[in-house]
Design a protein around this ligand. Structure first.
Ligand code: 3PG
Ligand code: MG
Length: 375
């Protein structure tokens, strides 16, 4: 079955339970108005205009983490009503009082245990909340790799569809030709990249990920070893059988007395910390980018927080921007880098709001949050 959208569903006067991804950076105790939030406004405005009665479910971080907060200020940024409750009397009263065209945000969904209940049986979110709604909408591809009640539970018991942001993600992703894609994988999250490596050999690596692949090939990076976190280094054995035919950096940029210095891979081990890929690597990658028919990039090539170490990311992004290849980019840091480096976004075919979900999708995995909507 094809997935229903706001073009095929009638939402007028309907009670719509809407899952958004409002997960953002918290700076000085305040949530940052993110590109994700901004994009969701399109769906919210359409629901308002169509006189739906909309209740938003969303999360901020994970329990136990420093940025796990209430969504009260997120509601202010979105200019919607808020109730600090999900299943209690306060929430139910607020939900039932809503009028057509109004929007209400409930409290951080990850404060409820049953969000992590993978069954819809004995699940309070399903037993209490679902009864109050006519339609469930998912507008966040970026959370669709999670088997959580607000993603995969509600669509099992309510008529369902997707919002405009998720619709655009899915449509754009359909256009990538996975067979001829050049993958440029950087950043610091090896787990998501591993599935891509299992299936593809046309891969350029950079960032922390590129360092791990270099180590997996048998190189000794010297002092950098102690700067890589233990949880990250644990991926090296997993990467070993996968890295033989993939491209790893041929030189790295280190910091010596505060200044960038480049060291070829043959001259390692070195006693300096690595912050970027070197110039020779950049030249090699630019050449490969020029030959590519389609490109997938996720994760930065170096430490973009410092301008001198954003050079690798900059040259890769600029080469992709210049190339005629179909290009798709994802990951929070990569999209921030594009903004920071003031590269024209229109030069890329698609910049995804998703990180982990996107990586799983391009690795050929079926996302539970998308599959459930097909039923
Ligand atoms: C994200 O920021 O990638 C999404 O909101 C998913 O968050 P999660 O990785 O904590 O599930
Ligand atoms: Mg994430």
């Amino acid at each position: 079955m094809t997935i229903q959208t706001l073009s095929t569903l009638n939402v007028k006067n309907k009670r719509v339970l809407l899952r958004l991804d409002l997960n953002t950076e918290i700076i000085n105790n305040k949530p940052v108005f993110s590109p994700r939030m901004k994009s969701h406004l399109q769906t919210l405005n359409e629901l308002r205009r169509k006189k739906a009665i909309t209740v938003i479910l969303a999360h901020q971080s994970r329990q136990g983490k420093k940025d796990f907060t209430s969504l009260e200020q997120h509601a202010k940024l979105l200019k919607v009503k808020f109730v600090p409750d999900i299943l209690g009397k306060k929430a139910i009263t607020a939900i039932t009082k809503l009028k057509p065209g109004e929007v209400l945000l409930l409290e951080n969904i990850r404060s409820i245990k049953d969000e992590f209940n993978t069954s819809i049986k004995d699940n309070d979110l399903i037993n209490i909340l679902a009864l109050l709604f006519d339609i469930y909408l998912n507008d966040a591809f970026s959370i669709s790799h999670r088997k959580q009640t607000s993603v995969t539970g509600f669509p099992q018991v309510l008529p369902h569809g997707i919002g405009r942001v998720m619709e655009k993600e899915i449509e754009s992703l359909k256009k990538i030709n996975l067979k001829n894609t050049l993958y440029i994988l950087g950043g610091a999250k090896p787990k998501e990249n591993i599935d891509i490596l299992r299936k593809n050999k046309n891969v350029l690596t950079a960032g922390i990920f590129g360092q791990l692949c270099t180590i997996a090939k048998g190189h000794n990076l010297g002092a950098q070893n102690k700067f890589l976190k233990k949880e990250i280094k644990e991926f090296v054995p997993l990467l070993k059988p996968l890295v033989k035919n993939i491209q790893t950096p041929i030189d790295f940029a280190v910091k010596i007395n505060g200044k960038r210095k480049e060291i070829p891979i043959q001259s390692f081990p070195s006693k300096y910390e690595i912050f970027d890929i070197g110039k020779k690597t950049q030249e090699l990658y630019i050449k490969k980018i020029k030959q590519a028919k389609s490109i997938f990039m996720k994760g930065t090539a170096g430490y973009c927080e410092e301008k001198q170490f954003c050079q690798g990311t900059k040259s890769i992004l600029e080469a992709i921007a210049k190339s005629k290849a179909f290009s798709i980019l994802g990951g929070g840091h990569t999209t921030s880098a594009i903004a920071k480096l003031k590269i024209n976004k229109k030069k890329f075919n698609y910049i995804s709001l998703s990180g982990g979900a996107l990586a799983e999708y391009v690795a050929g995995k079926k996302l539970p949050g998308v599959e459930v909507l097909k039923k």
